[in-house]
Write a protein that binds this ligand. Structure first.
Ligand code: PBG
Length: 337
């Protein structure tokens, strides 16, 4: 018996999905290479790039290779790089002293990149975790049971000024201390760096998705200490209203860009933050988000290219106009085709 079932429908959304041309015409979100910032890991020396085990395709680069990579990214239409140093363990101490060394690895890297590719926006993290033996983003209080807020902020201000002097376009406090954005703004201005911007990790969660990054920079935990918890400064993943508070505070303190991190599991937060600030909103697709797509693809369970694209599209659709992602180069290449 022929199926003669008929609906008397006025609204048929499928009309606009009928052909590729119609689908393209009604497409709301489009990715472009300029949306992305590539996080890059830098190490001392000239050894060949070493791949980070839990981040396939991501390498720790010596300064020479780092400069090459920056040129390649720039050619692909990427406008920004965020540099993260991996320090020799010998250089780390309790107080993160190396962070205030004018010739520390990341500052030499900044100068080299700025000299070779001046058009590229260079961003550096302002936080002590690559420099401390305990891996915390700040210095510990006398009881050694928590990170001391104000003393840490004092160090972060000095760090930011050194980074500005080395030529960065944006300093990126990723430490989540209270009041650091305002203090850094004041320190930069006092030192004459009124043009150096602040990309604030305003809404940074105490997330399990940072695992591979901590391997990459070696901040996971010092030998023999308990597992590193950053719960006294990074936000509780259960909280949504608090994200609006943090975004508002950093906006008022003078941040130029407000960032949410991680990205994919926090799309509701990106959306809320877009409503809370009129500053540009960025999101960081973190190491664990990258690792999980690669892991599933290796098992043959997900299609890497398609999930990569979809994961980034979702972050942009939620409202982030800037996306930090380890997929930056891959997606820029794909978009060029
Ligand atoms: C630390 C910092 C972290 C990341 C960027 N800066 C990790 C942490 O808070 O321990 C994470 C990035 C990623 O997972 O890709 N200041």
């Amino acid at each position: 018996m022929p199926n003669a079932f008929k609906l008397d429908l006025t609204q048929r959304p499928r009309r606009l999905r009928r052909t590729p041309a119609l689908r393209a015409l009604v497409e709301e979100t489009v990715l472009r290479p300029a949306d992305f910032i590539a996080p890059l890991f830098v190490v001392e020396g000239r050894a060949a790039p070493e791949e980070i085990k839990s981040m396939p395709g991501v390498f720790r680069l010596g300064i020479t290779d780092l400069v090459k990579e920056c040129r390649a990214l720039h050619k692909l239409g990427i406008h920004g790089v965020a540099l993260f140093p991996k320090l020799d363990t010998k250089l780390k101490d309790d107080e993160g002293t190396q962070a205030l060394n004018e010739d520390t690895l990341v500052l030499r890297a900044v100068r080299a990149v700025k000299k070779a590719v001046p058009e590229l926006a260079v961003i550096t993290d302002v936080a002590l975790d690559p420099y401390t033996t305990h891996g915390h983003d700040g210095v510990l209080n006398p009881a050694r049971d928590d990170v001391e807020n104000d003393r840490t902020v004092g160090m972060l201000c000095q760090m930011a000024v050194l980074q500005a002097r080395a030529g960065v376009d944006l300093v990126a406090p990723s430490d989540m201390m209270d009041g650091r954005v305002g203090a850094i703004r004041k320190a930069l201005d006092t030192a004459g760096h009124t043009g150096t911007g602040i990309l604030a990790y305003a809404v940074k969660y105490n997330s399990a998705y940072y695992g591979p990054f901590r391997d990459a920079v070696g901040s996971a935990q010092a030998e023999g200490t308990r597992l590193l918890s950053k719960a006294t400064y990074q936000m509780n993943p259960a909280n949504r209203r608090e994200a609006v508070l943090e975004a508002t505070l950093d906006t008022l303190e003078g941040a130029d860009i407000i960032m949410v991190k991680p990205a994919g599991p926090y799309l509701d937060i990106i959306r809320d933050v877009c409503g809370a600030t009129r500053k540009p909103v960025a999101a960081y697709q973190v190491s664990g988000e990258y690792a999980q797509l690669h892991a599933a693809a290796r098992l043959g369970w997900l299609d890497l290219a398609r999930t990569r694209h979809e994961s980034l599209l979702a972050i942009k659709r939620a409202g982030a106009g800037i996306i930090l992602t380890y997929f930056a180069k891959d997606i820029a290449r794909e978009l060029r085709r």
